[in-house]
Write a protein that binds this ligand. Structure first.
Ligand SMILES: Cc1cc2nc3c(=O)[nH]c(=O)nc-3n(C[C@H](O)[C@H](O)[C@H](O)COP(=O)(O)O)c2cc1C
Length: 151
């Protein structure tokens, strides 16, 4: 069964709301397993077909927990090449974090990334949550099609 991991950090809950809406969207696609985690670990990461990373912007950057996670994945040489990757996050005025995360996913991990990253200003409203839902459903459909084609 195709598997999606949504891993995120959120200090005041805004990126968490996005992550949960993405998970709800992904779960609308039958036959796809969706896991939502607040802390990422390199361990077992290669068993997922798609990884979505939620990173709020603090001080024009991603937070240390997300940095540490990406560095751990690189350090352990986890094979993510060709897997579907996406980045999202809440921001206030500049929103660098999801862009930087997506850059690492594309350039360093050679993932097939969804562009552009999904950014939402502060707390997601109904429209924002709908965008998150759509992103989850799109990624789930994408990996479910690829897995079908391989079977
Ligand atoms: C100390 C601090 C620094 C911040 N720095 C930035 C920043 O550099 N750029 C930006 O776009 N938003 C910045 N923000 C706004 C946060 O990205 C925004 O509050 C976001 O909703 C936090 O997401 P979270 O609830 O998932 O933690 C900052 C917020 C705080 C409290």
């Amino acid at each position: 069964m195709p598997k999606i991991l949504i891993v995120y950090y959120s200090h005041t809950g805004n990126t968490e709301k996005m992550a949960k809406a993405i998970a709800r969207g992904a779960r609308t696609v039958q036959g796809v397993e969706v896991e939502l985690k607040r802390h990422g670990s390199a361990w077992g990461l290669d068993s997922y077909d798609s990884i979505l990373i939620g990173a709020p912007t603090y001080h024009r950057n991603m937070t240390n927990s997300i940095k540490k996670f990406l560095e751990e994945v690189a350090f352990h040489n986890v094979g993510l090449k060709g897997k579907v990757g996406a980045a999202f996050g809440s921001y206030g005025w500049s929103g660098e974090a999801p862009r930087r995360v997506l850059e690492v996913m594309e350039k360093r991990f050679e993932m097939k990334v969804v562009k552009p990253p999904l950014l939402i200003e502060y707390t997601p409203d109904e429209k924002g949550l709908e965008e998150c839902h759509k992103l989850g459903a799109n990624v789930a459909e994408q990996i479910s099609r690829t897995t079908d084609a391989r079977a």
